[in-house]
Ligand binder design. Sequence first.
Ligand code: PNS
Length: 165
Amino acid sequence: MTGRPAVVPGSFDPVTLGHLDVIRRAESLFGRVVVGVGVNGAKQALLPVATRVALIEACVRDLPGVEVAPVLGLLAEFCQDLGAVAIVKGLRGGQDLGHEEPMALVNKELTGIETVFLAAAPTWGHVSSTLVKEVARHGGDVSAYVSPAVRDALMNAFEQGGDVR
Ligand code: PNS
């Protein structure tokens, strides 16, 4: 796939069906999408970055315009290196906006690249990786929120003594 991509960044710890809806919508808007799996310094991750990348790759096999890559340093540099046309993030209301707006402004100041926000579909507005991990950690069924492979990876992580912060 050629052309300047849009970057959909996130921790994706783990990727949810809500994230996948945003990735699909970004692909239909921009044609080419790179999903950037980054490290959020404020959060302790459950799954290693390589596992998060592999789980997303398995979920986007039917989307020819979508690639997945780890963000090893600054998101702004990752986007610049790719010649990204935009950063795309899903918004689940005001709380997300409060968290996302400063990052969008900093990324714009660092690179000139705009962030485009997509309103989360109502079906997924209440779904977050944190909530999914909380349910899975206590043995609850998360099949309505994540792919079967992600559900299995979570069960595995918690069986091996993973913790959620
Ligand atoms: O899913 P999240 O936790 O909202 O994703 C946050 C993420 C990973 C996109 C953000 O923390 C990030 O971009 N990290 C990479 C390092 C970086 O560029 N930090 C400055 C952001 S303005």
